[in-house]
Design a binder for this molecule. Structure first.
Ligand SMILES: [Zn+2]
Length: 123
C-alpha cells in the first residue's frame, strides 16, 4: 500500500510556482493587466471596483481594496472556483509540468471485434 507522498506534492506545488508567475496566470485568466511601476495591477476579481487595486507580484497577489491575498494556486481556486486538486492539474498543464501522463490506448482490440462482427454479418 502506498500513501500519497507529501514531499512529492510539495515539489509539485513548488515547480508550479516556479514556472508560472501570478501575472502570467491572471493574463491567462483573461484579466487586463496594467503596469504599475515594477508590478502589474488588475481590476480585483474579488470585489467591485473601477480603478485597479489588486497588485500582482511574481509569487503572490494582494488587493489593497478588499485584502484578498494568495499565491498562484489560491488565485486559480478563487477565480475559477476549482478545488485544490483541479487547480494543481490545470496549473501544472499551464506551467508545462506533466506529472501524470495519460496511458495511451491503441484501440486495436476494439477494431478487431468490429471487423469480426462485420465479417459475420456478410457471411
Ligand atoms: Zn479586492
Amino acid at each position: 500500500m502506498t500513501l500519497p507522498d507529501p514531499m512529492n506534492l510539495r515539489n509539485r506545488i513548488d515547480s508550479i510556482k516556479k514556472s508560472l508567475s501570478v501575472p502570467e496566470f491572471f493574463r491567462y485568466a483573461n484579466h487586463h493587466l496594467k503596469r504599475a511601476g515594477k508590478e502589474f495591477v488588475v481590476l480585483c476579481p474579488f470585489h467591485m471596483e473601477k480603478t485597479p487595486s489588486c497588485f500582482l507580484y511574481e509569487d503572490h497577489f494582494h488587493c489593497y481594496g478588499c485584502g484578498a491575498h494568495g499565491d498562484v494556486i489560491d488565485a486559480h481556486i478563487k477565480i475559477k472556483g476549482s478545488d485544490f486538486r483541479t487547480a494543481l492539474e490545470e496549473l501544472g498543464r499551464l506551467a508545462g509540468i506533466h506529472q501524470y501522463p495519460k496511458p495511451q490506448y491503441s484501440g486495436g482490440s476494439l477494431g478487431k471485434t468490429e471487423n469480426r462482427r462485420t465479417k459475420e454479418k456478410t457471411t
